[in-house]
Design a binder for this molecule. Sequence first.
Ligand SMILES: Nc1ncnc2c1ncn2[C@@H]1O[C@H](COP(=O)(O)OP(=O)(O)OP(=O)(O)O)[C@@H](O)[C@H]1O
Ligand SMILES: [Mg+2]
Length: 375
Amino acid sequence: MTAGDVWEIIWVAALCAVAVGAAGLALAWAIRRRSLTWHVLVVAAVAALGSYAGALAIARLMFLSSHDLLVMTVVSSVSAVVGILVALVVGRTVGVWSSGLREQVRALGPGATPVVPGQVPRELRVLSAELAEAQQRLEESRLRALRLEESRRELVSWVSHDLRTPLAGLRAMAEALEDGIAADPSRFHRQIRADVDRMAAMVDDLFELSRIHAGVFQLTPETVDVGDLVSEAIAGADVLAEGRSVRIGGRIDVGLQVTADPAGLSRVVSNLLINAIRHTPADGTVEISARTVPAGIELSVSDGCGGLDPGDMERVFDLGWRGSSARTPSTDLAGQSAGLGLAIVKGIVEAHRGRVEVHNLSGAAGCRFLVTLPV
Ligand SMILES: Nc1ncnc2c1ncn2[C@@H]1O[C@H](COP(=O)(O)OP(=O)(O)OP(=O)(O)O)[C@@H](O)[C@H]1O
Ligand SMILES: [Mg+2]
């Protein structure tokens, strides 16, 4: 056989294979909605029919005798049967793998444990891992939503409790004044004033929070001198600190500036400062400091609260949380705390694309609230 003959055989075989392959592609397109098993069968059939067609054409060109053609046909038929059987098994297996994935998708939902099957091809394994991750994200956001819903419900009942109690007191005092039976009217007036101030502050906080949560909280950023802002916050908290014999110290880098909403930032600082003073025992110290860090500026407020429980650290920023689910704090903070301050701090800091976190100081002496803001 000459080299020319070999080339002729190659060309004829290639033409036959391409013709059968094209017919196979057309068939695969026609049955594209059918099961994957059919597609695998088409591939096996194209391979078998391609070699039949080639052998037949080459026999016509007299390169194969009728005997050789018969032998080749028998051999090809046997391997075609085996090929089709293998295709059936592979098709079935792919079907089983895809049912596994379907089951995984169906199981997506509350409480399901993500399962990534090991014995499947790489692509399906990747897809399955993605599904497992999506499931985990779904579960996390479900839990977050549940927690948020629960804290909102608690907040509504707590706030109504916190408003109802002073309102009942106000009514009693007003009635006593009206009937002229108040022994010390000026004390009643002072008490009424204090209660009204506290309720007004609480309603302001709730309004601010609802604006933050509704996304309509407007920032008016400008260059703020951190030292000045902290000094003002300290001046505002001085009376409280003196009343509790708490010293305020700390260190602010000279000339430290940040681009932020001045009113929002001063709210953040005074909320943290007031909390720190309230939770520091008499003769304790509250430290407030600010410095430049690679991410922007870092503001820290440390107190002598004796440290927070690890479980509470996650909850301090929750709306309405104030360290006692029974809402009946036993300390002298009763009546002063609504559990809104840190939720407001978090909302304002996040609106500035910053971060707020809390850590315990070493030796459980107290805790430190850290606010990081981009400059
Ligand atoms: N510096 C702190 N040290 C120890 N515990 C704190 C400190 N700041 C807050 N907490 C705890 O976190 C709870 C929530 O604080 P948050 O400021 O949100 O509310 P609040 O101070 O109770 O009330 P509000 O700020 O609305 O007057 C507090 O009740 C307290 O238990
Ligand atoms: Mg507070």
